[in-house]
Design a protein around this ligand. Sequence first.
Ligand SMILES: [Zn+2]
Length: 209
Amino acid sequence: MPRTWFVLLSFALVSGCNDAVEDPAEAAASPATSNTEQKPAETPEPTPEPKDPVVAEQPAPVDYNTLSDFESFVLLEKGTERAFTGEYTDLEDAGTYICRRCNAPLYKSNDKFHSGCGWPAFDDAVEGAVHQSTDADGYRTEITCNNCGGHLGHVFFGEQMTKKNTRHCVNSVSMKFVAAGQPLPPVVKKPKEADAGSPEASSGESGSK
Ligand SMILES: [Zn+2]
């Protein structure tokens, strides 16, 4: 009898131990082994996930027209072309003068007149196209493209040259002439540059003599 008990007890202990030991061991071992064994069988050819970067189709960033060194000197650095050297000084063709930098229409040939000063002269501008501000010299009135801030020249009043008594003295190189009947290129619109036309606001005009 006692021997039977011992056998039963030891069997129970061993089987119990076996159960307790084998279960976690199997649980831990079987997934690993099955995984490594199944992988080569289940994935005969690795299909790469479509990771192509989803780039939303957006219009290419539109930039201002590329300027030559001299055009940049006049339009961006407020330079001046020499008198009687500009290509449009004596042009009388019908058409529109647009900004060379951004294509904004600035002047019409109807408003052009011969001033004799050596630069294209207009006694009026396309409405809202030309910005006026006090020049850095403190007394002249600088004119800039209202769209891109490019320097155009200066405007003078009271010279009695035309009925409008106004003379926009514009560098030819700041403009591009589009003959009547030709399509005008689209205007390049961008956020205004911080330095364009800023001196107007900061220049405190004091009339002290
Ligand atoms: Zn412009």
